[in-house]
Structures are given as structure tokens and as C-alpha cells.
Design a binder for this molecule. Structure first.
Ligand code: IDP
Ligand code: MG
Length: 152
């Protein structure tokens, strides 16, 4: 079972798309195990996007992510890291296919509504950056016990 960090960025709140985005993750069968609404400060944004430091879009990206509220979450499930990335679609909303969150609701490269960890290792680092261990609330459902009986 994997965990992944998902951020609904400020544009998701501005556009009142939280319910729609969360519905897609829930309907896929993923499990929400942590959530908080916060406005990221410059320091958190810099650490979160450290890999992009020096790129042309870096400063604008930091301004965007610190410009308003972000809903930070941890979602859990089988292959959760790649499953959530697939649900999001490619970074550029204009390239993202219909049926994906970015494909259906984003036209911008920067304002693409949602962040999700891109690997299991990144997910561990990002979850530790945004959440304290006690903020994670593990839970189990009957469905999961049944799914757990299948390979993988
Ligand atoms: P990802 O969110 O799909 O993993 P990354 O390449 O990790 O995409 O970029 C992080 C974020 O930086 C993107 O989600 C987007 O908001 C922004 N971004 C990426 N590339 C560009 C660009 O070329 N122009 C403007 N913003 C960009
Ligand atoms: Mg990324």
C-alpha cells in the first residue's frame, strides 16, 4: 500500500473545484488519511519545489503557490503514487487528455490545480515536509480487506 502527497493548489480553491477533485480521488478507491488547509509560506514552498530552483518558471511558481490557500492531503491505496499521477494527467493542461483532472479543468501550465508526488521516494519526503506523523489518520474499510486478498 502506498501513500502520496496531493496538494490542491490555490487555483483549485479560487475556482471552487475542491469537491470535484476530491470526488475523483475517492471514486477511484483511494483513501484520505490526512488533510489540512494552509497558506504555504515562502520557506515551505522553496523546500517543496527545491528541485525546480533556477528554472525560468521557479519564481512565478513560488508566488503562485504562496498566493492563497492550499489543501494539503495524504492519499493512500494500491499503487497510489502512479494512480494519482494518472488521474491528474500531464503538467500542461493544454496537453492533458480529457478524462484527467488537468485535461478537464486546466488550460495553463502553471495553474494546473493539483500537485501529486512523482515517486514513492518523493512521496515520503513530501509527506514528511507537509505533515507531522501524528497528523496522519490510518483507517481500513471492508473493501480494502477484500482487495488485500488480490495480488499486489
Ligand atoms: P508536475 O506538477 O506535473 O509534477 P513539474 O514539472 O514538477 O510538474 O512542475 C511543478 C509545477 O511547476 C507544475 O505543476 C506547474 O505548476 C509549474 N510548471 C512546470 N513547468 C512549468 C512551465 O514551463 N511554465 C510555468 N510553470 C510550470
Ligand atoms: Mg513534479
Amino acid at each position: 500500500m502506498q501513500r502520496t502527497l496531493v496538494l490542491c493548489k490555490p487555483d483549485a480553491l479560487h475556482r471552487r473545484l475542491l469537491g470535484t477533485i476530491l470526488q475523483r480521488l475517492e471514486q477511484k478507491g483511494l483513501r484520505l488519511v490526512a488533510a489540512k488547509l494552509l497558506r504555504a509560506d515562502r520557506s515551505l514552498a522553496e523546500r517543496h519545489y527545491a528541485v525546480h530552483r533556477g528554472k525560468p518558471f521557479y519564481e512565478a511558481l513560488l508566488q503562485f503557490i504562496t498566493s492563497g490557500p492550499t489543501l494539503a492531503m495524504v492519499w493512500e491505496g494500491r499503487e497510489a503514487v502512479s494512480v494519482v499521477r494518472t488521474l491528474l494527467g500531464p503538467t500542461d493542461g493544454a496537453q492533458a487528455p480529457p478524462g484527467t483532472i488537468r485535461g478537464d479543468f486546466a488550460l495553463s501550465v502553471q495553474n494546473n490545480l493539483v500537485h501529486a508526488s512523482d515517486s514513492v521516494a518523493t512521496a515520503e519526503q513530501e509527506i514528511a515536509l507537509w505533515f507531522r506523523p501524528e497528523e496522519i489518520v490510518p483507517w481500513e474499510s471492508c473493501d480494502d480487506r477484500w482487495v488485500g486478498a488480490t495480488p499486489g
